[in-house]
Design a binder for this molecule. Structure first.
Ligand SMILES: NC(=O)c1ccc[n+]([C@@H]2O[C@H](COP(=O)([O-])OP(=O)(O)OC[C@H]3O[C@@H](n4cnc5c(N)ncnc54)[C@H](OP(=O)(O)O)[C@@H]3O)[C@@H](O)[C@H]2O)c1
Length: 299
């Protein structure tokens, strides 16, 4: 099975290269090989490859910069995605795409369900929501996997930033009133691969199988915590390995100004993913320990 993986250099994309490897012939593209600001190039690449599956892990993910780069965020998160979906429809194949917990406004304390009210409060979230809608409008077979607070051993993420600051600073304040679920990029990729394995098995009755399952799913770690809890767990692990770390304290969103507003509560209900594909990601704390231990063993 030919799989076109777009955005192979990102946190999730990089892990997908490994997770999808045994499931087919994975043709990976990064920004140099396929620039998503060029719609004609996206269309031509899909026509050239003629994949049986498209997995799009590329996105404009700079939450604060998106406030001042709205047109660019739309090009990458909406226009290019629409082209992928149109081509998936034309080829009658599945498009797997990722979206975000930032499509919600963060008000309330009940984990968000897929069909809850969508009301992003920053432009990144708005562009990702428009991307979801662009896919839905084409009517292609699709899976839109909304995930949250992605981290891993490479790329730009909270874990790596906190590890650097823990070593470089004496004190550090982290917001304690934004609550979500930190999700390991490798688990997102592994769950995707599990779904792809089911997709392979369904190929003879593609239309029946995916017209029932096409849609939006929440794919995030179990459990919940604040950015402060996340930082504290990272610092505790480092200290347990004998490292000297900065002294951590709590702050609140209102006192920590950023260009983009952040939703306060974005935990997502993942029952639909569990019921449909028998996949539920483990609690974020155990996964974080695994990632931290892997740094140790690779050092
Ligand atoms: N990061 C999070 O906390 C988070 C949370 C919720 C949902 N998500 C969603 O999860 C998915 C994966 O996120 P991630 O954390 O893996 O993102 P990431 O690490 O920022 O990777 C995004 C990738 O997109 C590529 N890209 C950006 N602009 C491009 C362009 N014009 N042409 C081609 N490629 C381009 C980047 O290329 P370069 O490497 O060249 O920059 C990068 O490799 C995305 O859909 C994202 O919206 C992420």
């Amino acid at each position: 099975m030919k799989i076109l993986l777009i955005g192979a250099n990102g946190q999730v994309g990089y892990e997908l290269q490994r997770s999808l490897a045994c499931l087919g012939n994975v043709i990976s593209t990064d920004r140099k090989q396929l620039d998503l600001t060029n719609n004609d190039a996206v269309r031509a690449k899909i026509a050239e490859i003629q994949p049986k599956l498209i997995v799009n892990a590329a996105a404009y993910t700079a939450v604060d910069k998106a406030e001042s780069e709205q047109a660019l965020a739309i090009q990458i998160n909406v226009d290019a995605v629409r082209v992928m979906a149109e081509e998936a429809k034309r080829l009658n194949i599945l498009l797997i795409h990722y979206s975000t917990d930032y499509v919600f406004d963060g008000q309330g304390k009940r984990p968000w369900c897929e069909n809850d009210n969508l009301a992003p409060i920053n432009y990144y979230g708005e562009s990702k929501l428009l991307g979801e809608r662009a896919i839905q409008e084409t009517g292609c077979h699709h899976l839109i996997l909304r995930t949250s607070w992605v981290y891993g051993v490479r790329g730009s993420n909270f874990l790596l930033t906190m590890m650097r600051l823990a070593r470089d600073k004496e004190t550090l304040s982290v917001v304690a009133d934004q609550i979500g679920a930190p999700t390991w990029s490798r688990h997102i990729a592994d769950a995707t691969a599990q779904i792809v394995a089911q997709y392979k098995g369904s190929h003879s009755q593609l239309d029946d199988y995916w017209s029932l399952r096409s849609g939006v799913y929440h794919l995030a770690a179990s459990g919940q915590g604040s950015w402060y809890d996340f930082a504290e767990a990272i610092f505790q692990f480092m200290a347990s390995q004998g490292e000297q770390v900065a002294v951590l304290s709590q702050t609140i969103t209102a006192d920590y100004r950023t260009s983009a507003q952040r939703p306060l509560f974005t935990c997502m209900n993942t029952d639909k993913m569990a019921d449909t594909f028998d996949i539920r990601l483990p609690d974020w704390r155990g996964s974080l320990d695994l990632v931290m231990a892997s740094f140790d063993s690779e050092a």
